[in-house]
Design a protein. Sequence first.
Length: 179
Amino acid sequence: MRAATCCWENFDIAQFMTLMPAELFMSNSTTIGNILISGMLERFSRLQMFSVESGVGYLPFYLQALDWQYVEGGLDQTTTLSMPPSEYFKRQMYGSLWFETHGLNDAIDYLGDDRVMFETDFPHPSCLYPDLRDRVEFLSEMFTPERADKVLDRNAKRLFKLPDLQPIKPRAGVTLAAG
């Protein structure tokens, strides 16, 4: 018996390992939705949250659906939230990407350059290793220089209060191999 309930019982391990991780990515939407609708971000307006290992491509649709239901369900007429759910996300939450390509710039346009970060997913089976450098180069070419700087570097430094690190310079007489 498998712990995950996403997959049909007759699936072999390859089918399971294809569907189960994708279902886990999507299950983050449940947590994001609960956080956005709960009023937590209304009460704690300086709190910043980061959704990892789930991509960003689905977020524009999901946030638009929450905004639609915010009005249709009447939550906009209560004191729980003072603005639509997407506005809380854009103010206080981050998404992460690593393998996505299609619609990626559109998703980031919707979420904002300041709300998306790059991840490698290392050491999971779906991680970018050993082709991390190729992926960073691909994204650097796909994004504008400003977007690449934010998504690949600056957003994480800002959120986690990380310093700018200077490249390590070799000591005199030491030769480093290109890699």
